[in-house]
Ligand binder design. Structure first.
Ligand SMILES: [Zn+2]
Length: 144
């Protein structure tokens, strides 16, 4: 497949390096708080008046904080195939930023393979229409 033809479901939310994709977040220039998604206009830290943010590549690994089975179609901006098929949703605490980012569980990974606290890593998968979304899968090797 030609990687140049790949388009993301959401422009600018993640890098398109399929070998090692990163979600793109924002970091407050004043206090260093991380945000995802990056589309924010003021810092939500009540002790900070920062209004300037830099785009940062967030950790592509983390630990599984929680997970569930999505038996209903998730709200925007989470994008799923149509007709909707139930899938797993993982909440992963990013390695460095310590923020929780939701994502679908990778295809072929059953919820019975998941355990809270296990290392996870980001991957990109194409939906039926060929557009890419990010998903979480157990980290290769299992070690940090
Ligand atoms: Zn701030």
């Amino acid at each position: 497949m030609d990687a140049n033809n790949k388009t993301p479901v959401l422009e600018g939310w993640f890098t398109l390096d399929e070998a090692a994709p990163h979600l793109l977040g924002a970091r407050c220039s004043a206090c260093g708080t991380y945000y995802f998604p990056k589309q924010i206009s003021f810092c939500r830290n009540p002790d900070c008046s920062g209004e300037r943010f830099e785009e940062v590549r967030l950790s592509r690994t983390g630990t599984l904080w929680s997970y569930t089975n999505a038996a209903y179609k998730p709200p925007e901006p989470y994008v799923a195939n149509e007709p909707f098929q139930p899938f797993g949703i993982a909440a992963v605490e990013l390695e460095k930023e310590r923020m929780i980012v939701l994502g679908q569980v990778a295809s072929g990974v059953g919820l019975d393979a998941l355990r809270v606290g296990m290392p996870m890593e980001l991957e990109l998968e194409a939906l039926d229409d060929g557009k890419l979304v990010w998903k979480w899968k157990p980290a290769a090797g299992g070690a940090r």
